[in-house]
Design a protein around this ligand. Structure first.
Ligand code: ZN
Length: 206
């Protein structure tokens, strides 16, 4: 939704409701990332019209402080950055205790192996395929190999942890991402800047 038209948010939400599966909401605090996106008033407004589950991606310091409030908006998935906490396990537990699926996120420069100690506690892993903090960046090609490494470890351990990819996703790379092992694709600019969002989404679902 970061790429949505904020003057016509209900029209952007309608595209998600009709053609996509999940509302992905990027929360930036101007501290963990240099940018500031939007906060509770916008999330609560989207919650009122969302017919699909809300997936909150926290790019913020001290995510543990805000888990309960985001869960109270009706969010079904909440993720935060491994780089933002000292110990992710209690935060993952807090998210699950609030009735949400818990996700851990890493930026493209963080080794995938840094997630391995926490895989059992994660319902999903969000691999950034651009650096967190800004919409509209170019997709980083290393992402395919990172998905393969992560997927192999998830399969080896017999886990159900899903892999979500966020950043520069478009019809040009969606199929390759799915083939590498991605379960959830987040697309922003590709959809909302498209002349035909429905067709763009359908192309990525193939
Ligand atoms: Zn995101």
């Amino acid at each position: 939704m970061l790429a949505a038209d904020f003057l016509h948010l209900s029209e952007s939400a309608d595209i998600v409701n009709r053609y996509a599966d999940i509302f992905h909401l990027d929360i930036m605090d101007g501290r963990f990332v240099p940018n500031i996106s939007f906060g509770f008033p916008v999330v609560e407004a989207i919650a009122k019209i969302a017919k699909r589950p809300m997936d909150v991606h926290l790019m913020i310091q001290h995510p543990q402080v805000y888990i309960e409030r985001f869960a109270a908006t009706g969010a079904k998935m909440i993720s935060f950055h491994l780089e933002a906490v000292h110990d992710p396990e209690p935060v993952l537990g807090l998210i699950k205790n609030n009735g949400c699926k818990a996700g851990l996120v890493i930026n493209p420069d963080k080794p995938v192996e840094s997630l391995f100690p926490y895989l059992e506690e994660c319902d999903y892993i969000l691999l950034m395929s651009v650096f967190a903090g800004f919409g509209g960046q170019k997709f980083i090609e290393d992402t395919y190999d990172r998905i393969r490494i992560l997927k192999a470890e998830i399969v080896r351990r017999g886990l159900k942890t899903q892999i979500e990819i966020d950043g520069g996703v478009s019809p040009a790379n969606a199929k390759l991402l799915a083939e590498a092992g991605a379960d959830i694709l987040v697309a922003g600019s590709a959809v909302f800047k498209s002349e035909n969002p429905r067709e763009t989404i359908n192309q990525m679902k193939l």
